[in-house]
Design a protein around this ligand. Structure first.
Ligand code: 5GP
Ligand code: ZN
Length: 103
């Protein structure tokens, strides 16, 4: 997706404060944090939203949650929220699937 902001961040075309990266997932600080810790955990593959998930994506979804858990452990967070907004009516503004890690 040429005009997708998270694809551009994934490719390094837009800078971000990266906190985690492996072959499938990237995570970076939200530019407009709503909590002291506000990290976006993002699959590198462009998937628009939960509505667009297919069975073939189930391993990637597992990796997304495991990356969030790893980041939380590394930051020694005792408790946190994981939020996925789905669709415009669900508060989703960036049409590339992402998990908000808030603490
Ligand atoms: P959504 O509302 O789609 O669930 O969340 C999108 C999030 O992306 C928002 O919290 C917003 O602050 C964040 N965001 C939008 N553009 C950028 C950007 O260019 N860089 C970073 N780091 N975060 C962004
Ligand atoms: Zn994208």
């Amino acid at each position: 997706m040429d005009d997708c902001i998270f694809c551009k961040i994934t490719k390094g075309e837009i800078p971000s404060a990266k906190v985690f990266e492996d072959d499938k997932i990237i995570a970076f600080n939200d530019i407009n944090p709503k909590a002291r810790v506000h990290i976006l955990v993002v699959p590198k593959k462009h998937i628009e939203s939960v509505k667009h998930l297919e069975r073939a994506d189930k391993e990637m979804i597992g990796e997304l949650f495991l990356a969030a858990k790893k980041i939380a452990e590394e930051k020694n967070l005792q408790g946190y929220k994981l939020v996925i907004n789905v669709g415009r009516e669900g508060g989703q503004l960036v049409d590339h699937l992402h998990l908000h890690l808030l603490s």
